[in-house]
Design a protein around this ligand. Sequence first.
Ligand code: MG
Length: 356
Amino acid sequence: MKITNIEVKYPTYKDDLKGWRPKLWQIITKISTDKKNIFGFGTGGGGNASIEVINGHLGNLIINEEINNKQDIIKVFEKLYEHSIPYGRGGIATMAISSLDLAIWDAFSKYYEIPIKNLLEKNSHKHHNIIETYATGNNVKKYSNLSIKNFKLSVRSSKDFEKDFENLSNLISNTRESIINTKKIMLDCYMTWDLDYAKNMSSRLKDFNIEWIEDICTPDIILDNKFYNKNLFQIQIAGGEHEFNHNNFKLMKNHNSYDIWQPDVTWCGGISALIKIISINSKKYKIILHRGGEPWGLPLIESGLVYNMAELHNPKTNNLELEQWNNKSINAINNGFLKTNNYLGFGSVPKKEIFE
Ligand SMILES: [Mg+2]
């Protein structure tokens, strides 16, 4: 397969994007190949800044690249990573690389008609097409109507510990009372706690049957081994969605930072980076992908190389429609489990108007 052209777009999102997202959310990348009807589509963060990185530098490095096997895709990722070092090693550069890498995996899978899960793991006995789900967001009634039973609640610190504990214990109890089928509850603090706060809160919440607490504080504090020991917490600690450099996962492993790793395949360098992260992890910690229920995470979950659990971010429909994509990777969610379809690439193409 030869890459013959690259186009990148930042779609207009109708969804209410908060915080840093409105100008820096997911781009869509299209690569053309030497087969007339085979295109690859990928996505990554960074908005127009990411497009600038691709059109201004990275795109030119991969035009005319010949890709004949999985190792060739990984070599392209390594080339992009290396050439972006002066302005990259993380952040928007890696978000841009993610969208190129994913577009190449998508094209390669379609070009040679091999599902990505088979490229990742040949032994089909290890594959899954029934995947446990959890919903992220506090609108648990809506998610429960889609039959989802595991919920990750978003919580923020007000800096008043006692008041926060009371609100949090009410939120957890109300969730279990209003949704009687609730199985797992997780908490996401979005880096608003600090280490002492998190230690105290995890010991106060230890009998509340919380599956994990996510993003207790910034990754920089957590990777600093001098001040941090995850074993001081009474509940499992999860994180990794803000690590955009696969090499940082070596630190994460050496420093024993998290019980659960949560890389985002559309931000940390794509499937090629995830393969490196999986190898660094060497089955020591669970890897539960950030936004893993989106088409770009599903082949990794299906392959069995990461934990069988898909995060669904504020899901709205039973087959997880996406605003900018026609998503054919998912059959339906039933009884809290997502069933995938058979598909090539990521089973998803951008809506027609995006590249018109
Ligand atoms: Mg999170």
